[in-house]
Design a binder for this molecule. Structure first.
Ligand code: S3P
Length: 435
């Protein structure tokens, strides 16, 4: 499948985007090992979260789906999962694999986790090392999936300083810590998204959090609760950018999660001169949400604060697009982690931007982007949802039509993307076709 996108007039609109991917994954995982029924509303029915749901069903969990975005998860308690009879295929989802490895580390059975071509190329040593220190036995192909996890019901708590800032690794260790004897403490080099900590607290687990140390005492039982999933700021970011780039538009996106561990993208865009405001701030369960108003803005190039990287980790593809139309140069540093996401996002963005006529200088852990105008052209997504959607947004202000190849991955995080962008005036047609 590919997108054919025509330049468009983006207009005033009032829209919503689908539920948060990180919170939806965690709702299934924690709901499955909690005691009682966890009711979820606003669940993201994208392929990544559906893969997690499928995996827990294969381990015996009864998950009802009364509506497309509603779930009733019949938790089986900490020790109620059953051994799956075949490997669990987690598709494209790094979050599913790394967090589930944490849960499986404490089981009294073995399970194999695998995924698609992208996922089986991603680094897993970062979870294998700490989980092995806790007592799990994890086989891999040189630190890459498939992972063969032979759980150990007698895990021991550890103190672990994360070598890379990663909410996935932090969460894997904390989830294993639920099963371990004693205290498990994770020390973060930079703040990362804290949805796991918030949901654990909502389910009755005491989480100690100070000065970059996050600790829990195991074994710790979870109590089912209601989870209301806010709209995903990482998906809203595409709509935000389309609004900013437009000639003249005023767009309201409702009920978006604005957890401060996720809002780096807003801080970076504000520093570039964007007109973005948060209206009607409120809490949805344990997460802060707001309606986000965005108005067309003239962006200027900046040196992006490396201190914001872990708070905007998934938004760099779309921020590269912002940089490409900003006046002057934008320098990104400290973003080496982007090279091990669903694709090498620095190279993927740099190559597509160059195809569209933008000057980009790439370094190991950064990029320097010279603002300009997009020409039409044909770009690769490298099978990466966020690359595909970033170029679709760029195309709304290009001088000619843009084709984005290989866009099926958009279903992993943003089902309905073309229709949502259509509501603000974009002209995106999805075509069957080579790649
Ligand atoms: C996620 C954490 C991030 C992010 C991913 C979702 C999570 O990964 O890129 O899309 O839900 O914990 P890292 O924590 O490995 O950077």
């Amino acid at each position: 499948m590919r997108y054919l996108i025509q330049p468009a007039v983006i207009r005033d609109a009032d829209v919503t985007v689908p539920g948060d991917k990180s919170i939806s994954h965690r709702a299934i995982m924690l709901g499955s090992i909690a005691e009682g029924v966890t009711e979820v509303r606003g669940f993201l029915a994208g392929e990544d979260c559906l893969a997690t749901m499928g995996a827990f069903r294969r381990m015996g969990i009864d998950i009802e789906r009364p509506g497309p975005t509603e779930l009733m998860i019949h938790g089986a308690g900490l020790h109620g999962l059953q051994a799956p009879d075949t490997a669990l295929d987690l598709g494209n989802s790094g979050t599913a694999m790394r967090l589930m490895a944490g849960v499986l580390a404490g089981q009294s059975f073995a399970a194999t986790l695998t995924g698609d071509a992208s996922l089986t190329g991603r680094p897993m040593q970062r979870i294998i090392t700490p989980l092995s220190r806790m007592g799990a036995d994890i086989g891999s192909r040189d630190g890459k999936p498939p992972l063969e996890i032979r759980g150990n019901p007698n895990l021991e708590g550890i103190d672990y300083a994360l070598p890379v800032a990663s909410a996935q690794v932090k969460s894997a260790i904390l989830l294993a810590g639920l099963y371990a004897r004693g205290t498990t403490t994770v020390i973060e080099p930079a703040v990362t998204r804290d949805h796991t900590e918030r949901m654990l607290r909502a389910m009755g687990v005491a989480v100690d959090q100070r000065d970059g140390h996050i600790g829990i005492r195991g074994p710790a039982a979870l109590r089912a609760c209601r989870v209301e999933v806010p709209a995903d700021l990482s998906s809203a970011a595409f709509v935000i950018l389309a609004g900013l780039l437009a000639e003249r538009a005023d767009i309201l996106i409702r009920g978006v999660g604005v957890n401060p561990t996720r809002t780096g993208v807003l801080d970076i865009l504000l520093a570039m001169g964007a007109s973005i405001s948060l209206e009607n701030p409120r809490n949805m369960g344990d997460e802060p949400v707001a309606d986000i108003r965005v108005r067309s803005s003239r962006l200027r190039g900046i040196d992006v604060d490396p201190g914001l990287v872990s708070l905007a980790i998934d938004e760099f593809p779309v921020l590269f697009v912002a940089a490409a139309v900003a006046e002057g140069r934008t320098r990104f540093t400290g973003i080496g982690e982007l090279r091990v996401k669903e694709s090498d996002r620095i190279t993927a963005m740099a190559s597509g931007l160059r195809t569209l006529g933008i000057r980009v200088e790439e370094s190991d852990d950064g990029a320097l982007i010279h603002g300009g105008r997009f020409a039409g052209g044909e770009v690769e997504s490298f099978g990466d949802h966020r690359i595909a959607m970033s170029f679709a947004v760029a195309a709304t202000v290009a001088d000619g039509p843009v084709v984005v190849r290989d866009v099926t991955s958009v279903e992993t995080s943003f089902p309905g993307f073309e229709a949502c962008l259509g509501r603000i005036g974009a002209d995106i047609v999805c075509r069957q076709g080579e790649a």
